[in-house]
Design a protein. Sequence first.
Length: 241
Amino acid sequence: MPILQVNPDSPALVHAAAAAVLYLHIGAGSVGLLSGAASMVFRKGSRLHRRSGKVFVIAMLLMSAIGAAVAPFLPTPERASVVAGVLTFYLVLSAWAVLKRKPGQIGAFDYGLLLTSTGIVAAGAYFMRLAAQSPNGQLDGQPAAAFVLFMIVGSLAAVGDLRLILRRGVSGATRLARHLWRMCVALFIAANSLFLGQQQVFPKSLQGSAWLFVPALAILATLLFWLCHVGYGAYRRRRAA
């Protein structure tokens, strides 16, 4: 597992700080995965769902912020991890904000979200180009195709941000769908970072196994279910009206 590079001659306090950052990142990520799974299981709107959701937001913001800030200073800088951290932080923050703000209300915060999402798309495209132009077709050990995810998710998010601004906010099923897909995709990124990106922490019998894809696929399946549920509910309400 990559860790901060610290000079062996550095004071003990520096080594302790580097270790603390690492364990805080791991701990926040673990709490984020567990609380995210819990919030997907508990009934939407229930007390347990709200509480686990709050824990998820705090843990994921902490985990992604540390990951994005530390990645450039690893023994081998990981620019993909910087973008992944920023994207995850953005998704969780924007998903949380849409439920906290009154429908039909926008402000400078929403323009900041649009700027962030378009920046993620631009960063993904730039890094993909650098990877494609490199002799081995990789950037910091990641193939060019790895950056396509940032461009796709960032583009979808940017379209949603622009739509929110043009419509002066979102409400109803659109508001709930914005919250759902952003939270679930953030959880999907975190799950992939652990189960696929850190396979060395699992028993050798599981390393390279298809079982490590199950958590990410389960998250996507749950997201699809809830989006269909929200969409069908909105359709029934329109028919009833």
